[in-house]
Design a binder for this molecule. Structure first.
Ligand code: ADP
Ligand code: MG
Length: 321
């Protein structure tokens, strides 16, 4: 007997939560939630479609993890504390092993960040996972894309490009989903930079998460702030595991155009930026690297040792085919 919709919900998506702001979770017509007074509610949603956002055959543990992770990354980019999530799941057949693993991946990450799954929808159809997350931030401390000013320093966290390398290895069949290779693992299990987002409150002038490639996303941030940006190619952080495996040009391509790392890109006033960056890195527990500066004007220019260098290719656009 295949599982029915209500058994699926009861068995895999109904969990007790210690959160006291969940007055009513899964089971009624809608969730009843008590936002803290004086804070802005922050909301984001993201959909993952099989074959488009994840490869067919991706381990369900990864699909469950990443469906929540990409949403938490959006809250991190706002400087928000996540609180609640909703899950709309379309799946071809209610395979118990798949559901067990998928739910395991999602609940593990939710628990780690104190997020309660409070509702959703379960339907049969192609494999599509939509998660919505809600969180809070003091309204005046929210990080936006639009606050960058000429003269600000541009920073990125961690070492982007690693997940893109993992995706490339999987696509070319050099590695399998079972590989323990850190590049493949990074692609399968994104780490939302929530601690960094909090550390950037009151410090960053603008921020966003890098989901479509550093260069294209810096262009988006610059547009939102109606400024231009200069990217200093020699400053790009290259993970040693990339430097060991690829030449410098390939590494830069992965860093500039690769998606799926979910690092944060942010700007700060240049005055005292180095000291502030050190505090931020300490507080967030992750490295941050200065990679350029904001300038008046528009567009992103790439410099190498002070000389302009044309860089082609951009971020991923779903409708640009
Ligand atoms: P309705 O008919 O009102 O849409 P449903 O039967 O779809 O209600 O859902 C019943 C309850 O289960 C609701 O509280 C809904 O939020 C929750 N729910 C349904 N699917 C999921 C899911 N995949 N994850 C979490 N909660 C879910
Ligand atoms: Mg429903």
């Amino acid at each position: 007997m295949p599982l029915g919709e209500f058994e699926v919900i009861a068995r895999y998506f109904t969990r007790a939560t210690p959160r006291r702001d969940v007055l009513l979770g899964v089971g009624d017509d809608a969730a009843l939630l008590a936002p803290p007074p004086g804070q802005a509610l922050v909301a984001a949603t993201d959909t993952l479609v099989e074959g488009r956002h994840f490869l067919p055959g991706t381990p369900p543990l990864s699909v469950g993890h990443n469906a929540l992770a990409v949403n938490l990354s959006d809250l991190a980019a706002m400087g928000a504390d996540p609180a609640w999530a909703l899950l709309a799941l379309s799946l071809p057949d209610p395979d118990e092993r798949w559901l067990e693993e998928f739910a395991g991946g999602l609940h593990a990450l939710a628990t780690r960040h104190g997020v309660a799954l409070v509702g959703g929808d379960t339907v049969s159809g192609p494999l599509v996972v939509t998660v919505a997350v809600l969180g809070f931030v003091p309204a005046d401390a929210a990080l936006r894309r639009s606050g960058a000013k000429p003269g600000d320093a541009v920073y990125v966290s961690g070492t982007p490009g690693v997940a893109a390398a993992g995706l490339d290895l999987l696509r070319r069949g050099v590695m399998t989903f079972e590989s323990r290779d850190p590049r493949v693992q990074r692609m399968l299990f994104a780490e939302p930079r929530l601690a960094l987002g909090r550390a950037l409150r009151g410090r960053a002038s603008a921020a966003m998460d890098v989901s479509d490639g550093l260069l294209g996303d810096l262009d988006k941030l610059a547009r939102a702030s109606t400024v231009g940006a200069v990217l200093e190619l020699e400053r790009l952080p290259i993970a040693p595991m990339l430097a060991d495996a690829y030449d410098r040009a390939q590494c830069e391509r992965l860093v500039l155009h690769g998606g799926d790392d979910y690092e944060l890109l942010f700007t700060m006033p240049a005055d005292g930026a180095a000291a502030r960056a050190a505090e931020i890195a300490e507080q967030a527990g992750c490295a941050v690297h200065r990679i350029g500066r904001i300038v008046a004007g528009e567009g992103v220019r790439c410099l190498r040792e002070g000389r302009e260098e044309p860089v082609t290719g951009g971020g991923y656009d779903h409708f640009a085919h």
